[in-house]
Write a protein that binds this ligand. Structure first.
Ligand code: PMP
Ligand code: GLN
Length: 382
């Protein structure tokens, strides 16, 4: 018998629901990705760089021009200077950045605290490093940090706390006050932070993102992760970055150089070109996605789902208690896909111990207006 290192892991819910959507011909609002393309200038830049022969390895740390653009974006967005050479590393996706940061931090027997519901890659990354996740549920209904439970979960073995703001799947945000409170909580402990900020620019209603990058005390012990896939509508490019103080960056790079060595060269050239010419792209994103959120919520108002508009991300949670309360959310997501032609993600899969009475599914609204209209029309008939 083969001794699996991840005995409890199967195929992710994102793969399963996207497959079911394809098989049934349902509109796919499950796995998070846009059904529209990234900017034409960005896509043309890739073709140009491929044709002009920029097809060999780039530096292990990422293309210098792209690291400089990331530093410029950080300075513009958050008013802080992070060094392109010693603090910024380009990775093949945020997922790889998270994996390498975990391997850098976690030794066998260490504990990492995750706030449930949490993104699915965190726990396997911790387990492969020989650590163990301690699950602390976010407080319902707003998915806020339960500070008492978080404080109670810290032990002498705690090495890492994962943050994710804007939060997948709920869209909830951490405030600057939350970051201050966390800093006070872990002061004097040997605890690091992985701050998953892949939705940093998808934040609505005029709220400013409270980034760990701009919180000096937390940043001193943090890896901050982001993804070009979300920000530039190109999830399939699997290109992200991680920002951390020089000593942490050095440890991360020791691992990154053996997991992938480097990211994809022509994509990095194209992103660097685009960012240099279009720094306004990220400033326009909140309004762009807020219009989609508002349209989807307005259309869904005519349905029997109940919901509060998501404060961030491109996901909208919806409660189906008034529709099929007897179905758990996995069954509900399948039923919606098969019987009503709209695929969604069940929220319980992001938990170790999902609340028994939770009746929530997640819809991705990173879609063209006609897709959202067609999907909402179907959902209003449910
Ligand atoms: N973290 C969260 C919370 C995500 O939703 C995603 C997106 N799939 C990722 C990390 C991974 O991003 P990437 O596709 O760049 O690896
Ligand atoms: N982050 C995406 C989501 O939450 C999925 C990415 C993946 O399929 N791994 O839908």
């Amino acid at each position: 018998m083969f001794a699996s290192k991840l005995p409890n892991v199967g195929t992710t819910i994102f793969t399963r629901m996207s497959q079911l959507a394809a098989e049934t011909g349902a509109i796919n609002l499950s796995q998070g990705f846009p059904d529209f393309d990234g900017p034409l200038a960005l896509r043309e830049a890739v073709s140009r760089h491929v044709l002009e022969g920029r097809n060999q390895y780039c530096p292990m740390t990422g293309l210098p021009a792209l690291r400089q653009q990331v530093a410029a974006k950080i300075a513009r967005s958050y008013g802080v200077q992070r060094d392109a050479d010693s603090e910024i590393t380009i990775t093949p996706g945020a997922t790889e950045a998270i994996f390498c940061a975990v391997q850098a931090l976690i030794h066998p027997g260490d504990e990492a605290i995750v706030l449930d519901p949490c993104y699915d890659s965190y726990e396997p990354s911790v387990e492969l490093a020989g650590g163990r996740c301690v699950h602390v549920p976010l407080a319902l209904p707003d998915f806020a940090v339960d500070w008492q439970r978080l404080a109670a979960a810290i032990t002498p073995r705690t090495r890492l706390i994962f943050l994710n703001s804007p939060h997948n799947p709920s869209g909830a945000l951490l405030s600057r006050a939350d970051l201050d409170r966390l800093a006070a909580l872990i002061r004097g402990h040997d605890i690091h932070i992985i701050s998953d900020e892949v939705y940093e620019h998808l934040i609505f209603d005029g709220v400013q993102h409270a980034s760990v990058l701009a919180h000096d005390e937390l940043y001193a012990r943090a890896f901050v992760v982001s993804s070009f896939g979300k920000t530039y509508h190109v999830t399939g490019w699997k290109t992200g970055y991680v920002v951390a103080p020089p000593a942490l960056t050095a440890e991360l790079r020791k691992i990154h150089q053996y997991v992938n060595f480097c990211g994809v060269t022509p994509l990095q050239h194209a992103l660097a070109d685009f960012m240099a010419v279009h720094p306004e792209h990220v400033e326009e994103l909140p309004a762009f996605y807020q219009a989609k959120r508002d349209l989807f919520c307005e259309l869904l108002a005519g349905s029997r789902f109940t919901f509060k508009p998501a404060p961030g991300t491109y996901f909208q949670l919806a409660d189906y208690s008034a529709i099929r309360p007897e179905l758990d959310d996995v069954a509900m997501a399948e039923w919606l896909t098969r019987e009503h032609g709209v695929a969604a993600i069940p929220v319980s899969v992001f938990y170790r111990d999902p609340p028994a009475d939770m009746r929530l599914v997640r819809f991705c609204f990173a879609k063209r207006e006609d897709t959202l209209r067609q999907a909402a029309e179907r959902l209003c008939r449910v």
